[in-house]
Design a protein around this ligand. Structure first.
Ligand code: FEO
Length: 167
Protein backbone atom coordinates (compact mmCIF):
# COMPACT_ATOMS: atom_id res chain seq x y z
CA UNK A 1 0.00 0.00 0.00
CA UNK A 2 1.34 3.44 -0.95
CA UNK A 3 1.87 5.78 1.93
CA UNK A 4 -0.25 8.90 2.26
CA UNK A 5 1.79 11.93 1.11
CA UNK A 6 1.48 13.82 4.38
CA UNK A 7 2.56 10.76 6.35
CA UNK A 8 5.51 10.28 4.02
CA UNK A 9 6.56 13.90 4.53
CA UNK A 10 6.28 13.45 8.29
CA UNK A 11 8.43 10.30 8.29
CA UNK A 12 11.06 12.10 6.21
CA UNK A 13 10.93 15.04 8.64
CA UNK A 14 11.39 12.59 11.52
CA UNK A 15 14.49 11.12 9.83
CA UNK A 16 15.89 14.66 9.81
CA UNK A 17 14.96 15.17 13.49
CA UNK A 18 16.78 11.96 14.44
CA UNK A 19 19.90 13.06 12.53
CA UNK A 20 19.62 16.45 14.23
CA UNK A 21 19.40 14.65 17.60
CA UNK A 22 22.61 12.75 16.78
CA UNK A 23 24.24 16.07 15.91
CA UNK A 24 23.00 17.59 19.17
CA UNK A 25 24.40 14.73 21.28
CA UNK A 26 27.74 14.78 19.45
CA UNK A 27 27.86 18.52 20.20
CA UNK A 28 27.04 17.79 23.83
CA UNK A 29 29.76 15.11 23.97
CA UNK A 30 32.20 17.71 22.66
CA UNK A 31 31.13 20.17 25.36
CA UNK A 32 31.59 17.55 28.09
CA UNK A 33 34.96 16.46 26.68
CA UNK A 34 36.09 20.11 26.70
CA UNK A 35 35.29 20.45 30.40
CA UNK A 36 36.83 17.02 31.15
CA UNK A 37 33.60 15.32 32.17
CA UNK A 38 34.53 12.02 30.59
CA UNK A 39 31.52 10.04 31.82
CA UNK A 40 28.98 12.56 30.49
CA UNK A 41 30.99 12.76 27.26
CA UNK A 42 30.85 8.97 26.79
CA UNK A 43 27.16 8.79 27.62
CA UNK A 44 26.20 11.55 25.18
CA UNK A 45 28.45 10.15 22.45
CA UNK A 46 26.87 6.71 22.86
CA UNK A 47 23.50 8.41 22.75
CA UNK A 48 24.40 10.16 19.49
CA UNK A 49 25.04 6.70 17.99
CA UNK A 50 21.59 5.58 19.18
CA UNK A 51 20.04 8.55 17.41
CA UNK A 52 21.80 7.58 14.19
CA UNK A 53 20.23 4.18 14.58
CA UNK A 54 16.78 5.76 15.08
CA UNK A 55 17.28 7.64 11.80
CA UNK A 56 18.49 4.50 10.03
CA UNK A 57 15.48 2.44 11.14
CA UNK A 58 13.11 5.02 9.63
CA UNK A 59 15.25 5.26 6.50
CA UNK A 60 15.22 1.45 6.07
CA UNK A 61 11.48 1.41 6.66
CA UNK A 62 10.78 3.85 3.82
CA UNK A 63 13.00 1.79 1.51
CA UNK A 64 11.08 -1.33 2.53
CA UNK A 65 7.80 0.42 1.70
CA UNK A 66 9.21 1.50 -1.69
CA UNK A 67 8.77 5.12 -0.69
CA UNK A 68 11.03 8.09 -1.36
CA UNK A 69 13.62 9.06 1.23
CA UNK A 70 14.37 12.80 1.35
CA UNK A 71 17.50 13.81 3.22
CA UNK A 72 17.21 17.43 4.27
CA UNK A 73 19.82 19.83 5.58
CA UNK A 74 20.70 19.23 9.24
CA UNK A 75 20.52 22.33 11.42
CA UNK A 76 23.51 23.20 13.63
CA UNK A 77 22.66 22.63 17.30
CA UNK A 78 22.60 25.46 19.81
CA UNK A 79 25.57 24.79 22.11
CA UNK A 80 25.51 27.61 24.65
CA UNK A 81 25.43 25.35 27.72
CA UNK A 82 26.68 27.05 30.87
CA UNK A 83 27.14 23.95 33.05
CA UNK A 84 26.51 20.15 32.97
CA UNK A 85 23.00 20.47 34.44
CA UNK A 86 22.06 23.00 31.78
CA UNK A 87 23.20 20.57 29.05
CA UNK A 88 21.27 17.63 30.50
CA UNK A 89 18.17 19.84 30.88
CA UNK A 90 18.40 20.65 27.19
CA UNK A 91 18.72 16.91 26.40
CA UNK A 92 15.49 16.27 28.32
CA UNK A 93 13.74 19.19 26.62
CA UNK A 94 14.82 17.83 23.27
CA UNK A 95 13.53 14.32 24.05
CA UNK A 96 10.16 15.77 25.07
CA UNK A 97 10.04 17.66 21.78
CA UNK A 98 10.80 14.43 19.87
CA UNK A 99 8.18 12.51 21.86
CA UNK A 100 5.56 15.05 20.74
CA UNK A 101 6.44 14.43 17.09
CA UNK A 102 6.53 10.64 17.51
CA UNK A 103 3.08 10.69 19.14
CA UNK A 104 1.72 12.86 16.34
CA UNK A 105 3.11 10.48 13.72
CA UNK A 106 1.64 7.49 15.53
CA UNK A 107 -1.77 9.21 15.82
CA UNK A 108 -1.75 10.31 12.16
CA UNK A 109 -0.83 6.78 10.98
CA UNK A 110 -3.74 5.43 13.00
CA UNK A 111 -6.19 8.05 11.71
CA UNK A 112 -5.15 7.47 8.10
CA UNK A 113 -5.51 3.68 8.50
CA UNK A 114 -1.83 3.02 7.79
CA UNK A 115 -1.74 0.06 10.16
CA UNK A 116 1.76 -1.00 9.10
CA UNK A 117 3.19 2.40 9.99
CA UNK A 118 1.16 2.50 13.19
CA UNK A 119 2.68 -0.81 14.34
CA UNK A 120 6.17 0.27 13.24
CA UNK A 121 5.89 3.53 15.21
CA UNK A 122 5.06 1.65 18.41
CA UNK A 123 8.77 0.91 18.84
CA UNK A 124 9.50 4.65 18.81
CA UNK A 125 6.70 5.39 21.28
CA UNK A 126 8.26 2.92 23.77
CA UNK A 127 11.79 4.10 23.03
CA UNK A 128 10.84 7.69 23.90
CA UNK A 129 9.66 6.58 27.35
CA UNK A 130 13.18 5.20 27.97
CA UNK A 131 14.88 8.25 26.49
CA UNK A 132 12.95 10.67 28.67
CA UNK A 133 13.53 8.49 31.73
CA UNK A 134 17.29 8.42 31.10
CA UNK A 135 17.65 12.21 31.09
CA UNK A 136 14.94 12.91 33.68
CA UNK A 137 16.55 10.59 36.25
CA UNK A 138 19.98 12.06 35.58
CA UNK A 139 18.65 15.60 35.87
CA UNK A 140 16.87 14.76 39.15
CA UNK A 141 20.17 13.56 40.63
CA UNK A 142 21.99 16.65 39.38
CA UNK A 143 19.32 19.00 40.74
CA UNK A 144 19.42 17.14 44.03
CA UNK A 145 23.14 17.84 44.49
CA UNK A 146 22.67 21.34 42.99
CA UNK A 147 25.96 23.18 42.45
CA UNK A 148 28.08 20.78 44.50
CA UNK A 149 30.78 20.17 41.91
CA UNK A 150 32.33 17.23 43.81
CA UNK A 151 28.98 15.40 43.58
CA UNK A 152 28.72 16.17 39.85
CA UNK A 153 32.23 14.73 39.48
CA UNK A 154 31.04 11.57 41.30
CA UNK A 155 28.07 11.25 38.91
CA UNK A 156 30.52 11.70 36.02
CA UNK A 157 32.73 8.92 37.39
CA UNK A 158 29.73 6.59 37.70
CA UNK A 159 28.66 7.36 34.13
CA UNK A 160 32.16 6.67 32.88
CA UNK A 161 32.11 3.19 34.44
CA UNK A 162 28.58 2.46 33.12
CA UNK A 163 29.39 3.72 29.60
CA UNK A 164 32.36 1.38 29.36
CA UNK A 165 29.92 -1.56 29.47
CA UNK A 166 27.87 -0.03 26.62
CA UNK A 167 30.76 0.51 24.17
FE1 FEO B 1 15.58 9.40 18.71
FE2 FEO B 1 16.30 10.53 21.49
O1 FEO B 1 15.03 10.26 20.20
Amino acid sequence: MKMDNTLLEDVNAQINREFYAAYLYFAMATYFAEINMEGFAKLTKNHAKEELNHAKKLYDYLILRNEKVNLFQIEAPDTGWTNPTDAIQSALDHERFVTGHIHKLYKDAKEKNDFALEVFMQWYVSEQVEEEHLFQSMLDKMNYVQDCSCEIVNIDRELKIQSEYVE
